[in-house]
Design a protein. Sequence first.
Length: 620
Amino acid sequence: MFDTTTPAAPVVPTRGRLRPLGLDEVRITGGFWGDRQTVNGSATLTHIESRLESEGWLPNFDLAAAGTLPAGRRGREFADSEIYKYLEALAWEIGRTDAAADSDLEQRFRRVVDRVAAAQEPDGYLNTMFGRDGQGERWSALQWGHELYCLGHLFQAAVARVRTRPDADDGLVAVARLAAELVCQEFGVDGRDAICGHAEVEVGLAELGRALGEQRYIDQAALFVERHGRGSLGEIEWGQEYFQDDVPVRDAQALRGHAVRANYLASGATDVAIERSDVELLDALRGQWDRTVERRTYVTGGQGSHHQDEAFGDDWELPPDRAYSETCAGIGSIMFSWRLLLATGDVRHADLIERTLFNVVATSPADDGRAFFYANTLHQRTPGTPADPDATSARASSSLRAPWFEVSCCPPNVARTFASLAAYVTTADDDGVQLHQYAPSTVRTTLPDGRIVAFEVSTTYPVEGDVRIVIAEDAEFALTLRVPAWASGATVRVHSGGEVTESPAPAGGVEITRAFRAGDVVELHLPIVARSTAPHPMVDAVRGSVVIERGPEVLALESIDLGADVGDAVVIGDPVESDGHVVLPVRHRSTGDTVDAPLIAYHDWARRGPSTMRVWIPTA
């Protein structure tokens, strides 16, 4: 049996420094992220379902149920996974909105589950690409077939359903359980000694094991993690590191190879380390995170500098114009960082999550939620052309956001992230609550000893850096507020009973422990001003350039505002804020003219049409 008191959150470790608060305890009520959640729920989910239908990826399950495959099957070998990510997104959206049993969302969810369940074989096997006459045999193409990868996403969808509607009788959990039992039978200690070429089953199994109280699934995840690094998937042109199959996970020095695979594996390995109290493995993963963030991560939080293999480069290999920075890699990075934050309480992980959310995840979707960036370059040299709204684009060839891709992993990945975003905002421990991400929200949770902590957060962050917390109920607890590393000069004020106390809020965080009374106010002030950031001297590609940041947002120069190609601009002064805008003094190389060029948030680039754009701008 699963624990119905478990938070409605994607990640719920049984031990660790911090406990996540779920969608049943935290609500984002507006602001930057609230707006994106609204668009995601009202437009993106419908758009995704429509394309899954029209592209034939969802009808593949109908063909499987009818016994007519392989005739008529459409999509790549991993197309099944997009249906599972869509189901996960729907489940979180149902939980986020408290959708009723007869709501449109709930009925859409159940209809898709029915079609998926009808395609499952009696022994639990579920895949539309393999296992039938005219198709490859089951598990016969582990290097590229993605069978286990797809099941990993099925397991995460089932976790979302368990955590948001534990009493729902729709069949998805039963489907996932039967498939997980088959995986354990086929790939257990006495089964196939093999791994999947795309990590994901590890994290899916581990969390499903937590959600259903099945240690067997966690043990199987551990088996998969430990099997990485033996070269069992064979050599390919990009090397065994592409699959993270070159060295064992606990011996690796940094994330390497395919950036999404690497982050998914690191996330699953962290789950295994926590559940097994494996300090050695956890320390290895923390070291990998440190080196990866310092040497292999873009200023936006993006990861992956190789187009050909969607992979990390070597240390300091971070060319802005060749940044692949896949949206899914950013989401994978958040998954890894969040697990480490829960395990250790180290706020650097929350800092990276914030950077990646604002500058990768928020960059991908169009304003209407119906087009996306697959990759996120930091320097666009040609304006490009708008994507055909009815076409399916190659994954990274679109210079503007496109409605769908031949490999469309990013749209449903963005959708499930936005729908579950409130679960990445706040945590708790025995002493109190920690606020990691700033958005208008309400928080109400019960500490282990029965104390109720309840408060409301109001803020216009990141436009301004003032965060106001109003206590809703009397309680003595510790309130910890994250102070980002960039927020020099931050302060915190406490208003209680007519008295006001103010103190510095050092980078890292500030903890306020007291007997709070209903109506008490805590005000955190984070100085949000435009600042110039120089690159690390080892990054050759941007030496002699600067990037302008403001709060958590990276800013960009777009040709629409410069009035010329951005390659013509040279920085000649510091950024200045004027009338709510940031302008940067630049000189045109071609004419020698100087101009104050407006900058925009990087996540807003290309929303006004084709343009050239750059983040790192050369200095005079």
